[in-house]
Design a protein around this ligand. Structure first.
Ligand code: SF4
Ligand code: SF4
Length: 409
């Protein structure tokens, strides 16, 4: 049975990079490695580091590794963020690394576990933490693991490429996670417009009795974590893992490699170029597009997908483990008419069954009890309501303001 959601949007395949193989990016001359929101550096200015040396710890205490060899130029706060009020600002400690000309083939630094099934769940969980991926040192029991093989927000296409290029390694990563969480069932969620991929995964999973394929309609935002979990209402407990995290876990456990790169779909709308690139963590948008972007006017830089990505004014923003798209678009003037014409499009498309205009109006009137009652916290922030609104009302922006007001921000 093909599962689906109410509302949602089916983007045409031409908006994605499903057919472009994963390539490595050119080596950058420097890296800007963020340890933001309370991370700590373990190196000093002037230190030389090898690729895969630990250079600090992030805000969750996960180790952060140098993707390439080089010299630490300085460690200081990242300057190029919009000025924020003190109350909502956060620490932005950053390691600036001058990358060396000579790079040796880095070696595995963690010791490989090719026979991972002989390890305990705690050994595996510790390894996943050690590699800087996720803190699973005391892994919870989770009945159902959902492996998200959907790329439904343009142009992000990394999951599909991994499934096409390294499916065996992904299946090993899934088995490791099932062992870590003592899971009873695993479901690989794929979209029904990729029949060849579905067939291939079914064949590869023939011997995996507890992992099966689940097919859904390719409607954005069905790949949202909450909607994926809602697809399996009977599960005692469930968790969602993305394909790149699964790949990272396979590399860390089986090969002993730490997480030092991010797979991103890069799209330059000004030239029409797009690619799926494996980028070293800490590479900046300017280096990704290989241009001095400070000279460009009327462009918008986005980290993430077209709908949920965050737009930045600074071309020096670095790629982080959370980045799955790097986009440069033309900055069309965004106007907002004040008039809702009651077309109902926003309500029809909302996958959560909300009334975005009512939320918009209630937030505008600062009526917290009203927008709470209308279900504001259920909003997935998918952006579809703003996208379809013919009056170009900034519906999602207003909803986010409402959420911040509820949190007292
Ligand atoms: S109200 Fe929220 S969930 Fe509904 S379409 Fe708008 S952004 Fe998406
Ligand atoms: S889509 Fe825009 S114009 Fe149409 S009902 Fe919603 S807010 Fe009003």
């Amino acid at each position: 049975m093909t599962r689906s959601i109410t509302g949602g949007w089916h983007w045409p395949a031409k908006m994605f990079c499903y057919k472009k193989p994963i390539e490595n990016s050119e080596r950058p001359e420097f890296l800007t490695i963020p340890l933001w929101r309370g991370g700590k550096a373990s190196v000093f200015a002037g230190d030389w580091v090898h690729a895969y040396d630990v250079i600090g710890y992030d805000h969750c205490g996960l180790p952060v590794y140098a993707p390439l060899a080089g010299q630490v130029e300085r460690i200081e706060d990242f300057p190029d963020l919009v000025v924020r009020p003190k109350k909502i600002d956060f620490p932005r400690l950053t390691v600036y690394l001058q990358v060396s000309e000579a790079q040796h083939q880095p070696k595995a630094v963690l010791g490989a576990f090719p026979r991972y099934w002989e390890k305990t769940r705690n050994d595996l969980g510790h390894r996943i933490w050690e590699a800087g991926i996720r803190d699973l040192q005391e892994p919870p029991d989770i009945f159902l693991l959902i492996f998200n093989g959907l790329d439904l927000e343009p142009p992000v296409s990394g999951s599909i490429r991994l499934l096409r290029e390294v499916p065996e390694r992904l299946i090993e990563g899934m088995r490791i996670l099932m062992q870590v969480h003592h899971s009873v069932q695993g479901r690989v969620v794929l979209s029904n417009d990729m029949p060849d991929l579905i067939e291939r995964m079914k064949v590869l999973l023939t011997s995996a009795v507890n992992i099966s394929v689940e097919v859904v309609e390719p409607k954005y935002p069905q790949d949202h974590r909450q909607l994926l979990k809602d697809n399996f209402p009977g599960a005692k407990s469930s968790e969602v893992y993305g394909m790149e995290e699964i790949w990272n876990i396979g590399q860390a456990v089986i090969e002993g490699l730490p997480m030092v790169s991010k797979l991103c779909t890069v799209w330059d709308q000004t030239s029409g170029q797009s690619a799926n690139l494996r980028l070293p963590l800490g590479i900046t948008m300017e280096q990704v597009f290989k241009r001095d972007l400070s000279r460009y006017r009327n462009i918008k830089l986005i980290l993430g997908g077209l709908m949920t990505g965050q737009s930045y004014y600074s071309p020096r923003m670095p790629v982080t483990p959370a980045t799955d798209g790097v986009i440069m678009t033309k900055d069309d003037v965004s106007w907002e008419s004040n008039l809702c014409i009651n077309c109902g499009e926003c309500t029809n498309i909302c996958p959560q069954g909300l009334s975005p205009y009512c939320l918009y109006a209630a937030v505008g009137e600062c009526r917290a009890e009203k927008y709470s009652a209308l279900g504001l916290v259920k909003c997935l922030e998918c952006g579809l309501c703003s996208f379809v609104c013919p009056s170009r009302l900034h519906l999602l922006h207003q909803i986010k303001v409402g959420k911040a007001m509820l949190k007292g921000g």
